[in-house]
Design a protein around this ligand. Structure first.
Ligand code: HEC
Length: 125
């Protein structure tokens, strides 16, 4: 009678395979915040237009005209970093018209990413 009862110690190692909640596919895309939208209307729309067509009231006297953000080929040609640099340091810093003013007070502020998102949102509209 050597029945060895092996008490199978059911070690329920709950196979800690808790997968990362991969919702959102980690796109680093900045969000359009209300603050950024308000800032766009105040600081950018006067030249670039509420609809991003580069036709704000301040655009009339400008040559070259403010960038038309709805231009899909322009959108494709610039990186977010280039847009940020233009916003922060102005047109002169990126070889463009000095009439595009710098906004160095936005350095490190969330509104800077928000403005990039606003600019991107006009793509193809
Ligand atoms: C006084 C008018 C004026 C204001 C205000 C202004 N811009 Fe511009 N912006 C321009 C002009 C003019 C250009 C075109 C420069 C060129 O093509 O040489 C331009 C170009 C740009 C470009 C395109 C640069 C490129 O790579 O072609 C971006 C992006 C831009 N502006 C963003 C902004 C944002 C965001 C704001 C608000 C924070 C703003 N601008 C405010 C006049 C303005």
């Amino acid at each position: 009678m050597h029945r060895v009862v092996v008490l199978a110690s059911l070690v329920l190692l709950g196979a800690c395979s808790r997968s990362e909640p991969s919702g959102g596919v980690a796109s680093a895309q900045a969000q359009i915040t209300p603050e950024a939208l308000a800032m766009f209307k105040m600081r950018c729309a006067p030249c670039h237009g509420e609809g991003g067509h580069g036709d704000g009231p301040g655009a009339a006297a400008l040559d070259p005209k403010p960038r038309n953000y709805t231009d899909a080929s322009w959108q494709k040609s610039v990186t977010d970093d280039q847009i940020k640099k233009t916003i922060l340091y102005g047109g002169a810093a990126v070889g463009k018209s000095p009439n595009m003013p710098p906004n160095q007070d936005l350095d490190g502020k969330p509104e800077l990413d928000g403005l990039v998102a606003v600019v991107r949102s006009f793509n193809g509209k």
